[in-house]
Design a protein around this ligand. Structure first.
Ligand code: FAD
Length: 509
């Protein structure tokens, strides 16, 4: 498909930044090839706290540019993806002796006013003697602040960007590793990619190379690019624990710890609470990162400081860990390293250009892509205007507050769906849930049931449209059904998918 073709842009990495750049670039008329060595979002982009947020904490480090850009993005992204993004209110109890109340209030005043907030409700002060938010908490607080940010399904945000990019003509190759990238005398790149299943290699030519390999970004510079000056990122591990639901309130909690770090306790997947995160320097292969015993102890102890019912190790039903690829600004503590992103451009004037992404948040991926496009256009010319601010992601073409109406529409079209099933499908696929279900007239038409409400029809969709190949892709990234399916059910799904993928590749040969 790509032999002999000269692509405008080759992107290394199918995390949020790589996929966001691919979508923006192809939508402006550039030809794009993206290679992801594992599954889409299998790196840092599915291990986040899943917030589209300004980052209240970053104000303390004077990151005004970043906070303003991130705040502005909240409503832009919510409007473009109201199925996978929704507003979330945070309760920030005022703890004496950590930060004075006036400082927190000032931070929240800025938060409310510098970021183009129109739809999200403003901050308010809570009397913790009367507000239901105090019910699950120890009686430590008389006052709290309640403010707005948004929740996002991070892994789906990545996949939807990839889907839209592919629909507009980008080549997206998963389980395809970049093993070598070489500048040619004619000012282009020759990039060698390896199919990780078959070990088959292929050379792809491109005008410009984007290194969006997240925590592997220095590794790509040192390995495939053969550089010896690759010491730009500071790898900072962050872990989360998931426990059975700790409180009924739909709001999340933002706790200020005595070590001046913060942790969130967030309602998660209806029946669970997500608690995180940590900040500790990491060395080693980011693919091998696992939550440490020390982090488990830290998160349990920190949450138990505030909740009446302590959080114990045995309450943990799942945990995950990721590595932040922060730009190394020489900060002394991991929690103080800048969360802003840097785009480093090299080449031009006959030498094939390379632009490398350091840092970046889920929240700012769309703006990062726009800044990247300015760099790309600087090297290979302008094609089309910026367009992603008002373009819905696949399935997100409904009103920002229209979720319940979309669920009602799906239930009317498919009356056999249980209400929770319909809501789950709209949450994941938005308006495209109708296309996924097609002409089904009853559950029998949905095919084999793999557990709870996960039917073959959805698996077909995920394999055909969303690059899912293994059960893990479906259970932990395209959906979070992994929290509820048994080991045996997951194994049966994996077997089914391998069998189907095998048949598909046999049919393609
Ligand atoms: C604990 C934690 C909490 C966070 N919480 C938030 C939050 O709430 N909100 C927020 O906005 N941000 C948050 N972030 C930050 C955010 O998750 C990251 O900044 C973002 O996901 C980075 O995306 P990326 O695309 O740069 O990297 P990645 O998602 O890691 O993608 C890079 C990809 O490159 C691929 N790759 C590497 N080498 C090669 C190669 N040779 N060939 C092909 N592919 C390759 C990898 O497999 C990987 O998938 C959090 C991060 C962490 C760790």
């Amino acid at each position: 498909m790509s032999d002999g073709v000269l692509f405008d842009v080759f992107i290394v990495g199918g995390g949020i930044n790589g996929c966001g750049i691919a979508r923006d670039a192809v939508g402006r008329g550039f030809s794009v090839f993206l290679a992801e060595m594992n599954d889409l979002a299998s790196g840092t982009s599915s291990w986040s706290t899943k917030l589209i947020h300004g980052g209240l904490r970053y104000l303390e480090y004077y990151e005004f540019r970043l906070v303003r850009e991130a705040l502005m993005e909240r409503e832009v992204l919510w409007r473009n993806a109201p199925h996978i993004i929704r507003p979330l209110r945070f309760v920030l109890p005022h703890a004496k002796g950590i930060r004075p109340a006036w400082l927190v209030r000032l931070g929240l005043f800025l938060y409310d006013h510098i970021g183009g907030r129109r739809l999200l409700p403003p901050t308010r002060t809570l009397d913790m003697h009367a507000d239901p938010a105090s019910r699950p908490l120890k009686p430590l607080f008389s006052r709290a602040f309640e403010y707005s940010d948004c929740w996002v399904d991070d892994a789906r945000l990545v996949v939807l960007n990839a889907r839209d990019a592919a629909a507009r003509g980008a080549v997206i190759r998963t389980r395809t590793k970049v093993t070598r990238a070489q500048r040619e005398a004619d000012g282009t790149w020759s990039v060698t990619v390896e199919d990780r299943a078959t070990r088959a290699t292929q050379t792809v030519r491109a005008r410009l190379l984007v290194n969006a390999a997240g925590p592997w970004v220095d590794g790509v510079l040192a390995g495939p690019l053969g550089r010896n000056d690759a010491h730009n990122v500071r790898l900072v591990q962050g872990s989360h624990i998931v426990i059975r639901r700790k409180f009924d309130d739909p709001r999340a909690y933002f706790f200020q710890n005595r070590d001046r770090r913060i942790i969130f306790a967030i309602p998660y997947e209806e029946d669970f609470t997500l608690i995180g995160t940590t900040d500790q320097d990491f060395s080693g292969d980011p693919g091998d990162v696992r939550i440490t015993e020390g982090e488990i102890d830290y998160l349990c102890a920190a949450a138990s400081e505030y909740f009446k019912e302590p959080v114990r190790r045995e309450d943990i039903v799942w945990s995950y860990s990721g590595v932040r690829p922060l730009y190394d600004d020489g900060a002394s503590k991991a929690q103080e390293a800048t969360r802003d992103y840097i785009l480093k451009a090299e080449g031009g004037d006959g030498e094939a250009p390379l632009v490398t992404v350091f840092g970046g948040k889920i929240t700012t991926y769309r703006r990062l892509a726009e800044h990247m496009l300015e760099r790309i256009e600087g090297f290979i010319g302008r094609r089309g205007p910026a367009w992603t601010a008002t373009a819905p992601l696949p399935g997100g073409d409904f009103a920002h507050d229209g979720f319940a109406a979309e669920v009602a529409k799906l239930e009317a079209a498919y009356p056999f769906l249980a209400p929770a099933h319909a809501a789950r499908l709209v949450r994941l696929y938005g308006t495209q849930a109708h296309a996924l279900l097609g002409d089904a007239r009853g559950t029998a038409d949905l095919g084999r049931l793999f557990g709870l409400d996960l039917y073959e029809k959805e698996i077909h969709w995920l394999m055909a449209k969303e690059w899912a190949r293994r059960a893990e892709d479906v259970l932990w990234r395209r959906t979070k059904r992994g929290l509820r399916l048994s080991r045996q059910e997951a194994a049966a799904l994996d077997e089914f998918m391998l069998d189907r993928a095998g048949k598909r590749s046999a049919a393609a040969e």
